[in-house]
Unconditional design. Structure first.
Length: 135
């Protein structure tokens, strides 16, 4: 889930944070079947919740804890899918950022600190100006 949040932030920038909060906290948590079995949720919501990270992880933990012989393949696949989605979103965000930098003519050079004297030989020294200058 954290990779997906990072991916949303990389692609959408600041709006990615509330989108992730809405998706995972306000939508996925209530239908996850964590507090009550998915069969107790109305209609298809319990089953849909199992395809979101909170539902998959709670079912996985419940299965491993109480039913060690139970098949947990589906939960692992769901969690892996969300991980892959997050990595893909991060890649898309970084690629679009690189394209924007290339279109603008490359990265801007870093501004040099004016309080450091770069003109001397091998290592920069503090510039002697202002009220701290040697008199």
């Amino acid at each position: 889930m954290s990779a997906t949040v990072a991916g949303l932030v990389t692609v959408l920038r600041t709006p990615g944070i509330p989108v992730a909060a809405l998706l995972f906290m306000f939508f996925a948590n209530p239908i996850s079947g964590t507090n009550s079995p998915k069969e107790f949720l109305p209609g298809p919501w319990g089953e849909i919740g199992q395809y979101l990270p909170p539902g998959a992880i709670s079912t996985l933990i419940r299965g491993i804890s109480y039913f060690p012989e139970a098949d947990t393949t589906m939960q692992w696949l769901v969690l892996s899918g969300w991980l892959v989605l997050g990595i893909v979103l991060i890649g898309i965000g970084l690629a679009s950022e690189r394209r924007a930098v290339r279109r603008s003519g490359g990265p801007k050079p870093a501004a040099q600190d004016t309080s450091i004297d770069y003109s001397s030989g091998s290592s920069p020294t503090a510039a002697q100006s202002g009220r701290h200058a040697a008199r």
